[in-house]
Design a protein around this ligand. Structure first.
Ligand code: SF4
Ligand code: SF4
Length: 280
C-alpha cells in the first residue's frame, strides 16, 4: 500500500481525517514553494472570513463584496455563497499574495488556515447528518510541505492555525447547511429565502439595517440586552442572524415571533375559509 506521506498525486486524498488523525507537514517563509499555493483557487468565504477581511481592509461589506468576491451557488444545496475573486493575471493570483507572503495573514480566510487540510462541510455531499466534523487532505505536487518530519494531529494543526475561533463563530452557518441537507437537497428554498441566507452569510451591514430599520422588531421578540449587544457587536449580530435563519427558514425554536404576529398567522386560514364560504 502506498504511504500517503511519500506519494504526491495532485488532488484530494481518498481518506477521511478526524480530529486525532496524524499527518506530517511544515510550511514557512523561505521554502522553495513559498506562496505557490496562493493562486487559481476556489475559496468559499465564510461569514466570519468576510467580517475579518473587510475590517482588515477598512471597507464596508458592500465595498468588500464588490471588489474582492464573486457570487456562487452551491451545486446541491443551492445555497448562495461568495468566493474570493482571483486576479486576472497569468497565474490567477490571489489579490493578497506578494513575494513576501500574504498581506492579510492575520485575517486570512479559514480555508487558507486549514490548508493542506480541507473541511468536509465545504464538500456538500459529505455534510454529515450527525454534524460530526471531519476533514480531507489536499495533496498538490507543488507543495513541498509534506517533505517534513514535523507531525501534527488535525486538532493540533487547527490550534496552530487559529481556526477554532472561526469554527466557533461560523457554527450556526454550518448548522444551516446541515438543516438544508436534512430537509433534502431537492427541496428548493424560495428566491426570498435564498436572499435572506445570502444577506446573513455575506453582509452584516445589511443585516443590521434589516433588523433596525425595517419592521423586523415589530414582528420578532428580541430581548433588550441582546438587542443592545447586536447593535454594536458584529459577531453577536452574525450569530443572531444564523439563529433567525434557522427559525425563519427551517422552523427552529430560536428567534420567536411576537404573540400578535402568531395570532394573526393563526387567524389567516380561518379568514380565508370565511371568505371562501361567503363568495359561494
Ligand atoms: S488570502 Fe493569503 S493565504 Fe489565502 S490565498 Fe490569498 S495570499 Fe494566500
Ligand atoms: S509548503 Fe505548501 S502551503 Fe506552504 S508555501 Fe509551500 S505550497 Fe504553500
Amino acid at each position: 500500500m502506498k504511504n500517503p506521506d511519500e506519494t504526491y498525486q495532485d488532488g484530494i486524498e481518498p481518506r477521511k481525517y478526524t480530529a486525532e488523525s496524524r499527518f506530517k507537514f511544515a510550511c514557512h517563509k523561505g521554502k522553495e514553494c513559498y506562496t505557490h499555493c496562493c493562486s487559481d483557487l476556489n475559496i468559499i468565504l465564510t461569514p466570519y472570513d468576510i467580517i475579518r477581511m473587510k475590517n482588515r481592509l477598512g471597507l464596508t461589506c458592500d465595498q468588500f463584496l464588490a471588489i474582492y468576491t464573486k457570487p456562487e451557488m452551491l451545486v446541491r444545496t443551492k445555497l448562495p455563497m461568495v468566493t474570493l475573486k482571483m486576479l486576472d493575471d497569468d497565474k490567477k493570483s490571489c489579490p493578497f499574495v506578494t513575494p513576501e507572503g500574504c498581506t492579510i495573514y492575520e485575517d486570512r480566510p479559514v480555508t487558507c488556515r486549514y490548508y493542506p487540510l480541507g473541511m468536509a462541510a465545504f464538500r456538500e455531499q459529505e455534510i454529515q447528518p450527525t454534524g460530526e466534523d471531519f476533514y480531507f487532505m489536499v495533496r498538490e505536487s507543488h507543495c513541498l510541505g509534506f517533505h517534513s518530519d514535523k507531525e501534527w494531529t488535525v486538532n493540533e494543526w487547527r490550534k496552530d492555525q487559529d481556526v477554532e475561533l472561526y469554527d466557533e463563530v461560523n457554527h450556526g452557518w454550518m448548522e444551516l447547511m446541515l438543516r438544508k441537507k436534512s430537509f433534502g437537497f431537492q427541496v428548493e428554498l424560495s428566491e426570498e429565502s435564498r436572499g435572506m441566507f445570502f444577506m446573513v452569510s455575506s453582509n452584516v451591514d445589511r443585516l443590521r439595517r434589516f433588523i433596525f430599520e425595517s419592521s423586523f422588531l415589530d414582528k420578532y421578540d428580541v430581548g433588550k440586552d441582546l438587542l443592545e449587544q447586536i447593535k454594536t457587536d458584529e459577531v453577536a449580530l452574525l450569530k443572531f442572524g444564523f439563529e433567525w435563519l434557522q427559525s425563519a427558514l427551517f422552523g427552529a425554536d430560536k428567534v420567536k415571533l411576537k404573540d400578535h404576529v402568531l395570532n394573526a398567522q393563526k387567524e389567516q386560514p380561518k379568514k380565508a375559509m370565511r371568505a371562501a364560504k361567503t363568495s359561494r
